[in-house]
Design a protein around this ligand. Structure first.
Ligand SMILES: NC(=O)c1ccc[n+]([C@@H]2O[C@H](COP(=O)([O-])OP(=O)(O)OC[C@H]3O[C@@H](n4cnc5c(N)ncnc54)[C@H](OP(=O)(O)O)[C@@H]3O)[C@@H](O)[C@H]2O)c1
Length: 481
């Protein structure tokens, strides 16, 4: 374990919000308990809500857990952590309010600290905050210590043009080196393991191509409806919320060529290369859906259009399945089926790599082909890696069955599996950008979905209705070769 060097101030913009309370402060507390954070350390929360320091501390305490500090030590660590937390109410676009924040940060300060700004705010105020910070002179342009870094949460724009505009405007305040575009999926253990699985094991690389792989599925299903997030979701939809970022990032790690080195630059170069080889998705290669009312798990569920604050004529897709094709020698002709849906029959996120069938079956004259092998990377729940094999069932007869080689993380690694935000926050403090999205990756990812998104918005395309709690609409049309 290496302790982060130097004094550090962490400023969370939008500190009254859900992400700050449920994810960021708990992750910071975990890192604090594990001894990663420097001794000279302070936290500042900033948002419009009028809260005292104690009210703010009360709010974040609700989600702090003692998993890294069991027993009596936890209470001491918690009180030490909370005593370092200060809160200031202000307006996001006001440089005067940012100057007040600066004054607060100057108080009790012993020397210049590194500053990490975390933008846990809606995208509509990203630019207001950065301009106000810039105008207040709070951003240093050097990457030498003491540094200033900014973590930005998705969504990064609404399409290619707005994303480019955001990149350009943020670039007037922060250098690209100082911007950390976070996609928390990249911090998940199984996702971090994808490169190791592919490039630290001899067995996969020779068969990781169109000659041996028939199809790749990247699936994200959620068994919840809007849960009060209409304001955000109705103007974004599932493609912008999940597919353009999380699922394309996973796809890039599955499909990219081997980087020359495991450095941030080389890995991200390869991700960009493969994303640029994917043609924009057309409507022929996409199925759009929206959930409708149904009784599920013994409860009546409203349909999307009946959700509070959603227009009864909203065409926002809550489901999308898209067939992506990569035009390079490794993947030409292999469909990557990327599918995401809300209000479905389960909460599940996985990658399923389907290998081709063997040409002959040595073991049965009756059955010509054997079931193909499958490699499954389960991201949630029950993260793990499963390899589906044909196996002889024990007994005197020669009976074949399909069985999994099963690397379930919970049993293989019964210790603590760190939360994605812990890993990513630590990387920001260490200046490691491997798991953050570079601006050219973002451009390439938007290019894949922007034409489809424009068509959906301009033509008000009517999505297929699927019942809440179901498997979603039929997607056969995109599976046919
Ligand atoms: N929640 C998650 O799990 C999650 C996951 C991935 C990404 N994100 C992204 O992280 C960011 C923050 O998420 P969140 O769930 O914490 O959001 P949130 O709770 O809706 O908003 C965070 C804070 O921003 C302020 N705010 C809300 N709406 C605003 C508006 N229209 N104008 C100005 N300020 C507003 C509120 O604070 P005040 O009113 O006190 O100023 C609120 O407490 C968003 O960009 C979101 O897309 C969230």
């Amino acid at each position: 374990m290496t302790k982060i060097s130097g004094p550090l101030d962490i400023v969370v913009m939008g500190a009254s919000g859900d992400l700050a309370r449920r994810k960021i402060f708990p992750a910071l507390f975990s890192l604090f308990c594990q001894g990663y954070l420097p001794d000279q350390l302070r936290f500042f929360g900033f948002a419009r809500s009028k809260l005292t320091d104690d009210e703010f501390r009360g709010r974040i305490t609700e989600h702090l857990t003692c998993r890294y500090a069991p027993g009596e030590s936890c209470a001491d660590l918690m009180s030490d952590f909370l005593s370092r937390c200060r809160y200031m109410a202000g307006n996001y676009g006001s440089s005067e309010d940012m100057l007040d924040l600066y004054q607060l940060m100057q108080a009790e300060k012993r020397c210049e600290a590194n500053i990490l700004f975390y933008f846990a705010i809606p995208p509509s105020v990203f630019l207001d905050v950065s301009r106000a910070l810039g105008d207040a002179g709070m951003i240093r342009c050097t990457q030498e210590e003491p540094w200033t870094r900014a973590v930005i949460e998705k969504p990064f724009g609404q399409d290619r043009e707005s994303s480019d505009n955001l990149t350009c405007e943020l670039g007037k305040v922060f250098t690209e080196d100082a911007i950390y575009r976070i996609d928390h999926y990249l911090g998940k253990e199984v996702i971090q393991n994808l490169m190791v699985l592919r490039f630290a094991n001899l067995v996969f690389e020779p068969i990781w191509n169109r000659h041996y792989i028939e199809r790749v599925w990247i699936d994200w299903r959620e068994d919840l409806g809007l849960e009060g997030r209409a304001g955000y979701f109705d103007s974004y939809g599932v493609i912008r919320d999940v597919m353009q970022n999380h699922l394309l990032q996973i796809l890039a790690l599955i499909a990219m060529d081997k980087p020359q080195q495991a450095s941030a630059q080389h890995v991200r170069d390869e991700k960009v290369k493969v994303l640029r080889r994917i043609s924009p998705v057309t409507l022929d290669h996409a199925v759009l859906g929206q959930y409708g009312a149904a009784t599920w798990r013994d409860k009546d569920r409203v349909g999307y259009r009946q959700e509070p604050d959603v227009s009864p004529s909203s065409c926002t897709p809550t489901f999308c399945a898209a067939r992506l094709e990569i035009d390079n020698d490794r993947w030409r002709g292999v469909p990557f089926i990327v599918r995401a849906g809300k209000a479905m029959n389960a909460k599940e996120n996985e990658v399923r790599i389907q290998f081709r069938s063997m040409e002959s079956n040595l073991f049965s004259s009756g059955r010509r082909t054997l079931p193909p092998n499958e490699l499954v990377v389960r991201i949630q729940p029950n993260e793990g890696i499963y390899l589906g094999l044909n196996n002889k069932e024990p007994g005197h007869d020669l009976t074949l069955e399909k069985r999994d080689l099963d690397l379930r993380y919970a049993s293989a690694y019964p210790g603590m599996i760190p939360d994605a935000y812990e890993c990513l926050l630590l990387d920001v403090m260490e200046g490691d950008k491997s798991l953050f999205i570079r601006s050219d990756e973002l451009e390439a990812a938007w290019d894949i979905f922007t034409p489809l998104l424009h068509k959906i918005d301009e033509d008000k395309l009517e999505p297929d209705l699927y019942p809440f709690g179901s498997y979603g609409p039929v997607i056969d049309k995109i599976l046919l070769d």
